[in-house]
Design a protein around this ligand. Sequence first.
Ligand code: ANZ
Length: 816
Amino acid sequence: EHRYEPHEIERKWQEIWERERTWEVSNDVDGAPRSYVLEMLPYPSGEPHMGHLKNYSVGDAVAHFRRRNGMRVLHPMGYDAFGLPAENNAIKTGKHPRVATEESIASFQRQFRSWGISIDWSREFGTHEPRYYRWTQWIFLQLFERGLAYRKEAAVNWCPKDATVLANEQVIDGHCERCGTAVELRQLEQWFFRITDYADRLLDDLETIDWPQNVVTMQRNWIGRSEGAEVTFSEAETGRDYSVFTTRPDTLFGATFFVMAPEHPDVLRLAAGTEHEAAVREYVNTVLTESREERADTDRKKTGVPLGRSVINPVNGEKIPMYVADYVLMEYGTGAIMAVPGHDERDFDFATEFGLEIRQVVDGGPDAELPYSGDGPLINSAPEFDGIHNRDALERIVDWLDREGKGHRSINYRLRDWLLSRQRYWGCPIPIVYCAEHGMVPVPEDQLPVELPDIQDYAPQGKSPLAAAEDWVNTTCPVCGGPARRETDTMDTFVDSSWYFLRYTDANNDEAAWDKKVLDSWTPVNQYVGGVEHAILHLMYARFFVKALADLGLMEAQEPFKALFTQGMITRDGAKMSKSKGNMISPAPYVERYGADTARSYILFIGPPDQDADWNDEGVEGVHRFLARLWRLGTDVAEQTGQQALLGPLEVPEGDDLELMRKAHWAIDKVTNDMAGRFAFNTAISAVMELVNEAYRRRDNVSSGTLHFATATAASLVFPFAPHTAADVYERLTGDRVWETPWPDADLSLLERDVVQVVVQVNGKLRDRVEASTTATKEELEELARSRPNVLAHIDGKQVVKVIVVPSKLVNFVVR
Ligand code: ANZ
């Protein structure tokens, strides 16, 4: 009795792959179709967890399947190595973030190798390595030169705990995505990428990519395109114009007050000299300390104060009072709104609170309650609009505003420019210096990279810890050679991960970020695999980068990731695993106990990989037993037959031979269909399990050729999930390397179990007989019958008045 020793087997094959650099792929163009299969790069903090095992097992299965279907597959790996956790750890322990990060990288490398993931290691890098971030800086400068990277003072999200600014995308319900602290607003000079220039293309091109619907929807909502109009109101005393953005210009006659955001730059000026000045000042100050979450909460009691001023409504000349209130946000539209309490809920609440007029201007019928947000004819507006359906009136009112120079159609986006500067140490330095004479000067290309210096104190004091590195900060101006200071902010780590997949194509190029021909030959990534938690941030930023780089003529592809697969989480007893819950399990002990093939196959077997799945130790045992049985069968059969080419039965199989051959071809067909363009790995693996069971059941009654074929086929099919065991069994049986063997083809004739002869008649006369499957539908049978020459000859030129189909028996055309 042979014993399945996964560790020996896995070590053996991993050594071969390592020594022979099996998974390295050349950039030479050779006519073979190419496929770029990529999993999101890991963030190296501590050890890999189950989510990593799942992510890379999914991607590896895809990569193997495509290789064996004749594709040249690029399947690289790297590390998203900059970022806060390593830095926060450094503040606590004093350990340099680089040291902690590289320890973690080493652990990822060891584990990826122990899992046998088919990675092209020749292209590996960490984003914290100067040879990588040199090009991150270079890309930043390309964008800077085109005005796509710029600096401005802005009210920014500030996390008091992490002492850094955050991008809008990193603020979840008013709290820091990372540490959960309530986020404050601060006015600071910051760096931005002009992603808003790309809003329409980011939206439209969602049509061109094959991504999960929920991710597409999240991106669409995040971009948040709203069509409406900008309407100009003028302040009654000064005549100063203030525009508002509204999606409902049809309700203009219902505007009974006007509200400005507390951050609006004119608020204090407007209130100055009025009796409300002090109250406005106080209100603005308190609002600035509120979190966004509080402000966005619609259930909260509305607050605000009058400005002591009024504006004139352009459509009817009415003077309406101005307020400042925190439910109006500075970052959206114009930072000011016309309030229509009859039809907008927030305005209604505010009007109720402050005793302001509520005027209905859209008729919602007798049952409509205010605020009424539906459609209907206009009322209480103007004679030329009353009675007209509000959607038509909307167009006419905007046309009127346009003619009068009081407004115009306008599109608004929720998307904001990407705030990329961070007042932190462990990130890519921004390659800019400041000179008293020449202002902001880009570091010349031949001086890149601007290397991150080593420092003593990582704790931020409201500015980057780099500011204390005087030797580094003080430099010379590239233009005049005079004294200059370096930018001390570093880049958001999302900048690093917005282009890493481009660098993999030409990772060792020292002359350029990439060679365009090489890059174009691999991009876009054909299949991207990762967590749905990146649906907005990373995936939006990477799309923006690719579009901007394409506009700069640096690449052809317009999208980074042609197809995206988002995997579900691995849970325990239905709960998300987390350190705080103490229910974390890591892959390493399972790999140690059962081997990587079991861990990988199990994680794909537990359910459809796009769904969350509960880890269960008994399930692991089951998968382990299956692999052990396959391996033992392979070893037994190989002893019996010796190594031989994959032949199958010598004669036309019958009886048990036929049944086992059918099962083998059924499994080929099933696994192929489950994998071609799909991710049904769980049902693919169970098909192989069925095949192995069938082989055991019939092993004593079939010819050795049949058993050999069935066993080798099982190994061949399970290879994308359990590569070591599969390679071992396949080699024992055939002497061949399974990964060099083309993916098997199913003999469909063996699958057509039940074929019957169907009689074809024209007006009751026998004209032909056709072979058809018992499961063929009436439509299929009719079509089949119509395609027969002798049938055609008898119906051609006549009118078919009726077709009678009796499945499995007869098709009769009644013609005139
Ligand atoms: C009048 C009106 C009447 C509005 C009505 C709505 C309904 P979306 O669809 O999200 O684009 N608004 C505009 N700028 C704002 C800001 N800076 N802060 C808060 N609210 C703002 O929302 C557009 C609507 O949100 C605009 O249309 C405006 O209110 C409000 F029956 O104008 B509306």
